[in-house]
Write a protein that binds this ligand. Structure first.
Ligand SMILES: Nc1ncnc2c1ncn2[C@@H]1O[C@H](COP(=O)(O)OP(=O)(O)O)[C@@H](O)[C@H]1O
Ligand SMILES: *[C@@H]1O[C@H](CO)[C@@H](O)[C@H](O)[C@H]1NC(C)=O
Ligand SMILES: *[C@@H]1O[C@H](CO)[C@@H](O)[C@H](O)[C@H]1NC(C)=O
Ligand SMILES: CC(=O)N[C@H]1CO[C@H](CO)[C@@H](O)[C@@H]1O
Length: 344
């Protein structure tokens, strides 16, 4: 190993220092240190150029809370549950099992968004990090006749990824479209085992996203609205009984046949409420600010008005949450630009 590194010095160093003199002993010694920095697994230098897994990193509760308070709109329940989960997980130096969250709700209500914010707290590059893995049922596991292959592949990936970085984050989107066989492949990693084949999974984070139960959550939110109660007063206990019947014990909801439910491996059920027009407007403002524009309330209102709302009579909740805000804003941006050009 030493010899190999020494050999590498002579290949690499001349390209780094043009004035390299092979006879100068001090330079060689200096290069040896540099080479060590470049090639040892977690050296300070290497980690400046390449992302390293921070083995001891704990989730910073304060920072996560600030991010969620700032950026996630209208989801007081999801925020509370996730913060509670993270508090328990990150205060524990050796958690007994990986953190496992199951996010449920209508499209465009912030499930991917929250996962991204959480992942960024563990690995600052977020979704671009090589330690954060996003799987889409319809993209990665589309063919039901290849379940056996997917299962093997997925288990090898998870094993390989967690051996390389114990705090790996795995996000599974479209869980309701995932074949139960593929879900079962994940199960061994979620359990209370100390180690599986010498790899410990207890620092990993698994996040499941699905629309399952979204209609029931919407109905509960609407019931609150109809009876004149505040959205912010909806509590987890108002939703849990509905969902335990409608989702977890529903033999027709694909995902929940699998033994993950039977074994109570899901630690936290995280509900996402349907977004109202005021939340859509908050999304538009946030997006304008992110693009570096001053917030123009006329455009905010125009984009919010273009969204469709349900139920048909009351029109309270956005059909697609905040999902199409970006595309709609693009169109308005074009219009504004054209108008400005026309005016000169
Ligand atoms: N509750 C929310 N707060 C702030 N932004 C949101 C929220 N919900 C959705 N968005 C915005 O809409 C985009 C799409 O939402 P996404 O998280 O992909 O929805 P989902 O995964 O629930 O279908 C996000 O990238 C984010 O910009
Ligand atoms: C990281 O954790 C290991 C054991 O879990 C410990 O030996 C080491 O000192 C820790 N490093 C830091 C920088 O905290
Ligand atoms: C956690 O985040 C907060 C806010 O970003 C910061 O002030 C604090 O120093 C962080 N704590 C640790 C232990 O990194
Ligand atoms: C070492 C290893 O198995 N890495 C895998 C991690 O997961 C990705 C998929 O997100 C695979 O492509 C890698 O091969």
């Amino acid at each position: 190993m030493k010899l190999l590194k020494a050999a590498v010095i002579f290949v690499v160093v001349p390209t780094l220092t043009p004035a390299f003199d092979p006879l100068s002993a001090s330079l060689v010694a200096g290069s040896a240190v540099m080479a060590w920095h470049l090639f040892s697994s977690d050296s300070w230098l290497k980690c400046r150029f390449q992302e390293c897994c921070e083995k001891n990193r704990t989730l910073n509760f304060t920072a996560l809370k600030a991010q969620l308070d700032d950026r996630l709109f209208g989801q007081h329940l999801a925020k509370d549950v996730v913060l509670k989960a993270v508090l328990g997980f990150s205060n524990n130096p050796s958690p007994k099992k990986p953190l496992m969250l199951s996010l449920h709700g209508w499209a465009g209500t912030g499930k991917n968004f929250l996962s991204q914010i959480l992942a960024e707290q563990v690995h600052p590059a977020g979704l671009r990090s090589k330690f954060v893995h996003l799987f889409l049922a319809t993209l990665h596991f589309p063919h039901h006749d290849q379940v056996k292959l997917y299962k093997e592949q997925l288990q090898n990936w998870i094993r390989g990824n967690v051996s390389a970085c114990p705090s790996s984050v795995f996000i599974f989107d479209e869980m309701d479209k995932m074949h139960p066989g593929v879900i079962d492949a994940i199960k061994p990693f979620l359990d209370y085992y100390e180690e599986v084949d010498g790899v410990s999974y207890r620092k990993a984070i698994f996040i499941f996203l699905s629309n399952a139960g979204g209609d029931l959550i919407n109905k509960a939110a609407l019931d609150f609205w109809t009876s004149g109660k505040r959205r912010e007063d909806i509590q987890l206990k108002d939703l849990e009984p509905l969902l335990s019947v409608g989702v977890f014990n529903n033999k027709n909801s694909g995902l929940w046949h699998s033994s993950i439910i039977d074994r109570n491996l899901i630690d936290y059920f995280v509900p996402f409420l349907p977004l109202e027009q005021r939340h859509v407007k908050m999304c538009v403002r946030a997006e304008m600010t992110a693009r570096g524009y001053a917030v123009d309330e006329e455009i905010v209102q125009a984009v919010a008005d273009e969204m469709t709302y349900f139920p048909k009579e009351q029109k309270i909740y956005s059909d697609k949450g905040c999902k199409t805000v970006q595309a709609k804003l693009d169109i308005h941006e074009d219009l504004v630009m054209r108008e400005m050009k026309a005016r000169g």
